[in-house]
Ligand binder design. Sequence first.
Ligand code: SAH
Ligand code: SF4
Ligand code: F3S
Length: 502
Amino acid sequence: MSETKVNNKTEKDYSKYFQTTFQPPSLKEARRRRKKTVQFLNDFSIPEDIKGIGKDKKFLIRTYGCQMNEHDTEVMAGILSEIGYTATDREEDADIILLNTCAIRENAENKVFGEIGHLKNLKRENPNLILGVCGCMAQEESVVNRILEKHQHMDLIFGTHNIHRLPQLLKEALFSKEMVMEVWSKEGDVVENLPRMRKGNIRAWVNIMYGCDKFCTYCIVPYTRGKERSRHPKEIIDEVRELARQGYKEITLLGQNVNAYGKDLESVENYGLGDLMDEIRKIDIPRVRFTTSHPRDFDDHLVEVLGKGGNLVEHIHLPVQSGNSDMLKIMGRKYTRERYLELFYKIKEAVPNASFTTDIIVGFPNETDEQFEDTMSLVRECQFDGAYTFIYSPREGTPAARMEDNIPMSVKKERLQRLNELVNELAAKSNAKLKDQVVEVLVEGTSKKNPKVLSGHTRTNKVVNFRGPKSLIGELVNVRVTEAKTWTLDGEFVEKAGVSVK
Ligand code: SAH
Ligand code: SF4
Ligand code: F3S
């Protein structure tokens, strides 16, 4: 049996390929932070023999998870279109389908496995279809093993550090009969000149750093995304300038822990997110956002720069996770309830109209009723404008997964429900304050529910729906709020807004 396989491979010269690219992931390896400095590369190019392999073919990428993944999808779409593919949103028309996956919680993974199962039928009907799994789940050994064992219809698995290798991997998948896999557990280099096919021409994501070194005890991200690597300020600023030149109205600076920006850079000393934002503030682009902040690294300089306003909008996403200091300690968050509140009030003072949103986990191992009440009281105190709330989900390989997941599901659900009721109540209250006020809205498109209604966000990141001509799409307009709902505002068009950039 094995002989046939070897012969088969040798005939097609797969042996060489397997020596170089067959790399399964290892969470243990991924945990190691290496001293080796990150390489900044500018040499991405499509090899001659790959150019055009996608001619007359179509691709579809399904994206799960966070903004980082959304943006990685834009890069992969850029690469695929450079080799000739065009985008489709119909599975039946696709020649390649990639699942860009998220590993953050078990239910995120279950969704993907459901989809992998469903794709089997498509593959049966169209054996030439290439099916791939990439993103954070591809970095997990257990996931890759499960695909290898149970989902042989998949053709391609590659990790978050291997995106720039998509052309070569895809070529292998097209010509090989074996499943092609390349997942580097060691973090990748920073490749600067990757193509991007951005979704839309109004708002854009801009990576400022990759990876995360925080190792919160529950979280898989430091394993799936590798160590913190900041891009050079010049590269980021050039990208933002180019987006401004192309007419984009809003950018969001992206990283898992943007406040750690610059710490790892050797080329500039003492240069942090505050310095970067202070430079971006001067670029002629109407709105600048950033996500996600970690309270621990949010320094005074950044607070001061945010206070300057202008194109730096008044919305801070500041995940707290828990309102109890003992819980925060075992979560490895490296701040206390008091420190979080101190920072919260400091930002509030510098940016008086700021809206605040947060992330919260309920049912972490050993969380008592009293400790959960501390979370409730913190949420009440901060009066968040919105919160993403989650039931704790053990992630294999993380320190928390070794603790007993001892809070019964019924208790977790009850806590989540109580928390959500409070979050909704506060969101409705904060929206109600805007009734009859005129707010600035970036018109992003038509409402999902009603194509006659335009929809966009305020600077504080609230959704506003109002009637107006489609020609307003892409414009900044003033809208009077006529009705405040829990999660959205209805309004009427007043006038086009003047763009103020300091
Ligand atoms: N880098 C960001 C968050 C990234 S993940 C930060 O540090 O704030 C987004 C959110 O998912 C987290 O803020 C956390 O609330 C939640 N999350 C992460 N791991 C989780 C887990 N194992 N179970 C439940 N929720 C989790
Ligand atoms: Fe995960 Fe913590 Fe890093 Fe956020 S800061 S990505 S929660 S380890
Ligand atoms: Fe999910 Fe990976 Fe983002 S685990 S939340 S897609 S970094």
